[in-house]
Design a protein around this ligand. Structure first.
Ligand SMILES: CC(C)(COP(=O)(O)OP(=O)(O)OC[C@H]1O[C@@H](n2cnc3c(N)ncnc32)[C@H](O)[C@@H]1OP(=O)(O)O)[C@@H](O)C(=O)NCCC(=O)NCCS
Length: 180
């Protein structure tokens, strides 16, 4: 399985491996915000401690064979996380992405910048042929991020994903991919 770079840089962003000590900053920036988690697979964090556990697991995943990699995103020249992007390397040459930003950094093209960089990395690996992501059908900004990163809309995955902030039932999602 290819191993992604532990850090990467784009024009405006740096991606790096999370640390447990990032928990208070991540909590304040986005993880406790129900507007951010609205379409995500986890509800907003109410306390810092479970988030610290999650970030420790994210860091540990870089050291084992989980195939699951999360980077915190910081604006270049700063250390404060403003979002994150995740990559799951699946069997059969597939790379799945997910991403989020703190609300005050929305609408500046930053998510598309990070996703574009990592999709390019993924499809440059000999064993990866498909880079893809999905988003809620009611999350048009995320659909636009995928499109700006060069992913092509493939269809609707019906009843695909549970977003606990919105309720217990699985929701329809748009799936987009770039292949080579
Ligand atoms: C989805 C998210 C990452 C987008 O990040 P972002 O950096 O603001 O995205 P970008 O600025 O790169 O692009 C957003 C695009 O959506 C468009 N957009 C925003 N709101 C929109 C809306 N309601 N309807 C249609 N388009 C919309 C913007 O105009 C922009 O397109 P443009 O560059 O062509 O103008 C951010 O909104 C977020 O973190 N949301 C919460 C977490 C989330 O839902 N993550 C995705 C899970 S699949």
């Amino acid at each position: 399985m290819p191993r992604p770079p532990a850090t990467f840089a784009t024009a405006r962003l740096v991606g790096r491996v999370p640390r447990e000590a990032d928990a208070p900053a991540v909590f304040a920036a986005y993880a406790s915000d129900p507007e951010v988690t609205r379409y995500l697979s986890w509800p907003p964090y109410e306390r810092v401690e479970p988030l610290a556990v999650f970030l420790r697991e994210c860091a540990a995943n870089w050291e084992n064979d989980s195939g699951h990699f999360v980077w915190l995103l910081c604006l270049k020249g700063t250390e404060t996380p403003i979002g994150c992007i995740g990559l799951k390397l699946e069997g059969g040459g597939k790379a799945m992405f997910g991403y989020l930003l703190a609300k005050k950094f929305w609408r500046h093209g930053l998510a598309a910048e990070a996703l574009t960089h990592l999709v390019d990395w993924a499809l440059a690996q000999p064993g990866i042929f498909r880079a893809y992501a999905f988003c809620d059908t009611e999350n048009p900004s995320s659909a636009r991020v995928m499109e700006k990163a060069g992913l092509t809309r493939e269809g609707i995955l019906r009843r695909w994903h549970i977003a606990p902030t919105l309720g217990p039932e699985p929701r329809d999602c748009i799936v987009c991919a770039k292949v080579r």
